[in-house]
Design a protein around this ligand. Structure first.
Ligand code: FES
Length: 218
């Protein structure tokens, strides 16, 4: 299976724009893999062939990279990638319970997709958001200080097609294909919607300021 001529021409234009950002074409492989995920919803066989062709690599070389990173999906992914952090801090703050309840609620396990194609569930390692534990991510946007009830509400709203707002990101989460295109290097014009750091992240800095501590302990 390969892309039709129109799709191929469009993807080739996008690939040329990506490749032009790098001194060596093969360095563009990761964004190209995101580009084919934006097209197909996963790294498809035709997507692998496309990347290999654009970068003068073998399909085996492209597959070797695609299988290394969990962000690249080898079978059709859900519209929303829902990751529950079950690493140490989130786990003891309730992440294990959230994962278990959401998994039971959806009827799917790790790296499985709901039959309606809406949600792919996964256990996540630490997202460096421990100050908001337990956290969940939807297409890599943060949902902070979750509970089993709030997490189940998020997945229910996503499956119902409602707009769902993350805790610290844009006004609504985008789809897996949309976020894949951004990761390929094509901005969606929504970076200004980011809400920056919240109070828990700044807590240590504020204590240091209140105490008059300076860099280097002086
Ligand atoms: S342990 Fe969950 S974000 Fe760090």
């Amino acid at each position: 299976m390969t892309y039709d001529d129109k799709t191929l021409a469009r993807l080739a234009d996008d690939a040329a724009a990506i490749i032009s950002r790098y001194p060596v074409p093969r360095s563009a492989l990761l964004p190209l893999l995101h580009l084919v995920q934006a097209e197909d919803g996963f790294v498809s066989p035709q997507g692998i062939a496309f990347c290999a062709d654009q970068l003068d690599l073998t399909a085996a070389e492209v597959s070797a990279v695609a299988t290394f990173y969990t962000q690249f999906k080898r079978r059709p992914n859900g519209e929303y990638q829902v990751g529950v952090c079950t690493n140490t801090l989130c786990a003891i703050m309730g992440g294990d319970e959230i994962y278990r309840e959401v998994s039971e609620h959806l009827g799917v396990g790790h790296d499985e997709t709901t039959p309606d194609g809406k949600v792919t569930l996964e256990r996540l390692e630490c997202n460096a958001a421990c100050d908001y534990a337990p956290v969940m991510m939807v297409n890599w946007e943060f949902f902070d200080n979750q509970t089993p009830a709030s997490a189940k509400q998020v997945v229910d709203d996503l499956r119902a097609g409602k707009d769902v707002a993350p805790s610290r990101g844009p006004a609504k989460v985008c789809t897996f294909k949309e976020v894949s295109r951004v990761l390929a290097g094509f901005e969606d014009g929504r970076a200004h919607e980011d809400q920056g750091m919240g109070e828990p992240t700044l807590a240590g800095l504020n204590v240091a300021k209140d105490q008059g501590w300076k860099e280097g302990g002086k």
